[in-house]
Design a protein around this ligand. Structure first.
Ligand code: HEM
Length: 626
């Protein structure tokens, strides 16, 4: 019988027994069949035999695994994936270096260096003798996410086990029928009419910008520095909560980090404060950081949480925050039932009401809500934060974007769904930001119980095989962050922020009569190359994923971010990084500058990731009013 993902200790103990007890069984069987009497052996020999049986059987298992994988590869005419060869048994040194790199290096640096060292796009890290594939091959990702891939590769048990305490049985944490049922319930909420209801965006954008304007009045003609990442997370949380349960969490109303004379503290991801929102936000972020540590440790993570689930404290804060909302929705439902009122009022029904209609189970409703909040808050606020970061670093982009906004809407016009589509440069800036800093930088799938050969572009520069063997029950980590920075896919300037790569030569030229031929002379011949590449192979740009599990909130997020940026640029003409306000320990380390390649040489913030990408210590900026 399969073990429920919440019983991670049991799973771990069973694995451990299999590793330790099975070899003892083999030892007794071997002694018996060879006729060697166990009792005649000295105690020292017995102890030695018992101890040696574990690595010996472990080694036999590895040999058997390798033999059967090689046979399967040969029968499928597929290549085996190259293995990382560490110096210590079980590639323990690789695991140690990975953890060290997570703390000191640029985001995903460790993986990028491994791919460079082995000159491949797919590797098997084999940490603690278990297969774990990492890939930046877009063809493999295409197979995992589309066609028959999704029937064979799932998020799987190990993913669920790590997220269970946080996301429970929500949409992000289930596969197959259970996931399908969630998706069917959620999909109608993302219909065009709903995601283009700009009233919600308007309300919370105005509220956020009023907060920003108040920072100027408090400080005469200059603005006080603020943590844009924190502010945008409040904006997206308030917007998503109103969109999902018709009632905002009103986190924008609460004190900002650094306000009211409190010193800015470092939170689990960005900055933090101690009031109610601070503790909800802190818990929400803390739990994500703890789970990503579980993901990095691999399947032996329970060893560090045998006596205490490290997410428990934060989960309690999060669920205590949401419980009253869920109770309210379920009480409303039973109230209706008591009044024998079975009319469905679609106009005023919220996502939460809709969820409450589908089940009586309070935990299920709460988890669904939490899954949506995670999706709605962190991803879009990451996008907005990195757009503003790039506007700080590239004033010419900010100026061009502002010109486009003012040309379309003046200083106080409001966008609509239809006319937002005309903002080509804005879309290019959003795409370029999503390319360099995808909010979900890495994802994973687990193969099923049979070995599979799947297509790849090329395993290395030396092989001619175009398919590789994925061993059974193997985790495959696909790294969107690195795929979207590959020079062979995006060109030599892949690491450079250049929104123009998304403007096709034709759409770059305004249709206005006054645009003369000279414009063509100044046009960069590379313009539109990113767009062309993406059209040729859509799997080189996957910020919203693809296939049956493609992001449901893509249009909502893009509408929300576009609306917000239009109003932001109407009110503020430029942005500056406030490096003097960053909390201690959040500036990029000096050793990054010594690298000869990669963005870390000139990055002015410290990008990190837990489940989503974020700026360590927060994005501290000053907005310059128009
Ligand atoms: C820039 C913003 C966003 C980005 C980059 C993004 C990205 C993604 C990605 C990569 C996935 C696949 C996750 C996985 O397989 O584990 C996903 C799934 C999902 N997203 Fe988004 N997302 C964004 C905004 C939103 C918003 C605002 C919502 C809702 C309010 C949302 C709702 C969802 C849902 C419900 C799924 C689950 C789909 C499924 O498993 O069937 N997303 N998103």
């Amino acid at each position: 019988m399969p073990i429920h993902p919440r019983h991670y200790r049991l799973r771990f103990l069973l694995d451990l027994s299999w590793t330790v007890l099975f070899p003892q069984l083999c030892l007794f069987t071997a002694l018996k069949t060879t006729g060697c009497p166990y009792t005649s052996l000295s105690v020292i020999v017995r102890v030695l035999l018992h101890l040696l049986a574990v690595p010996f059987i472990g080694w036999l298992r590895i040999c058997w695994d390798e033999y059967s994988n090689a046979r399967a590869a040969a029968s499928f005419n597929a290549a085996s994936i190259p293995r990382v060869r560490g110096k210590w048994p079980g590639n323990l040194d690789i695991a140690v270096k990975l953890v060290k790199s997570m703390h000191e290096d640029y985001l995903m640096q460790f993986f990028a260096d491994l791919f460079d060292e082995y000159c491949v796009h797919t590797l098997n890290t084999r940490i603690f003798w278990s297969n774990q594939i990492i890939t930046i091959d877009q063809e493999i990702v295409k197979h995992l996410l589309t066609g028959i891939g999704p029937d064979r590769f799932h998020k799987g048990y190990y993913w669920q086990e790590r997220f269970e305490s946080f996301l429970g049985n929500g949409i992000f944490n289930r596969d197959k029928e259970e996931w399908q049922a969630h998706r069917q319930i959620a999909r109608p909420w993302f219909a065009k009419e709903r995601v283009s209801d700009f009233n919600i965006f308007e309300k919370y954008t105005d509220r956020t910008l009023d907060i920003l304007s108040s920072l100027i009045t408090q400080h005469g003609s200059t603005t006080r520095a603020f943590d844009a990442q924190d502010l945008f997370a409040r904006f997206t949380l308030d917007t998503a909560s109103e969109f999902l349960f018709g009632q905002s969490l009103n986190t924008l109303m609460l004190e900002l980090p650094g306000q009211g004379g409190h010193a800015v503290k470092m939170g689990p991801k960005g900055s933090a404060i101690d009031d109610e929102f601070g503790s909800f936000a802190w818990a929400f972020e803390d739990v994500q950081v703890k789970i990503s540590t579980r993901m990095r440790i691999g399947n032996i993570w329970p060893i560090f949480e045998l006596f205490q689930d490290k997410t428990q404290k934060s989960n309690t804060v999060i669920h205590d925050f949401l419980r009253p909302l869920v109770d309210q929705a379920l009480d409303k439902k039973s109230d209706k039932k008591n009044r024998r009122d079975d009319k469905l009022d679609e106009g005023s029904e919220t996502f939460l009401d809709h969820l409450a209609r589908s089940t009586e189970d309070r935990d299920t409703v709460r988890f669904q809500l939490l899954n949506m909040l995670l999706a709605g808050r962190d991803t879009t606020s990451t996008l907005l934060s990195f757009v503003v970061y790039f506007l700080c670093c590239h004033p010419e982009v900010a100026a061009r974007l502002r010109t486009e906004v003012l040309d379309h809407y003046g200083h106080d016009g409001r966008p609509t769904l239809e006319n937002l589509k005309g903002l080509k440069y804005l879309r290019a800036v959003l795409n370029e930001t999503l390319r360099l800093f995808p909010p979900v930088p890495m994802n994973s799938r687990l193969s099923d119980h049979s070995p599979r050969a799947i297509p790849c572009t090329s395993l290395s520069t030396h092989t001619t095989n175009f398919s590789i063997l994925i061993p059974p029950n193997t985790t495959i980590l696909y790294n969107t962050f690195l795929i979207q920075r590959r020079k062979d896919l995006w060109g030599e300037d892949a690491e450079v922020f250049r929104p123009e790569r998304w403007l096709s030569n034709n759409s770059n030229i305004s249709t206005d009569e006054e645009v003369g031929e000279n414009h063509l002379l100044f046009m960069d011949p590379r313009d539109g190359d990113g767009l062309r590449k993406m059209i040729k192979d859509p799997f080189i740009f996957l910020p919203f994923h693809a296939g049956p599990r493609v992001c449901l909130g893509q249009n909502f997020a893009l509408n929300e971010a576009s609306y917000f940026l239009v109003l932001l640029l109407q009110r503020f003409k430029s942005f500056e990084l406030a490096e003097d306000s960053m909390p201690e320990g959040s500036s990029p380390p000096l050793h990054w500058k010594k690298r000869t390649s990669g963005r870390q040489r000139y990055e002015r913030i410290w990008p990190k990731s837990s489940v989503t990408t974020f700026v360590k210590g927060g994005l501290w900026v000053r907005a310059i009013p128009a």
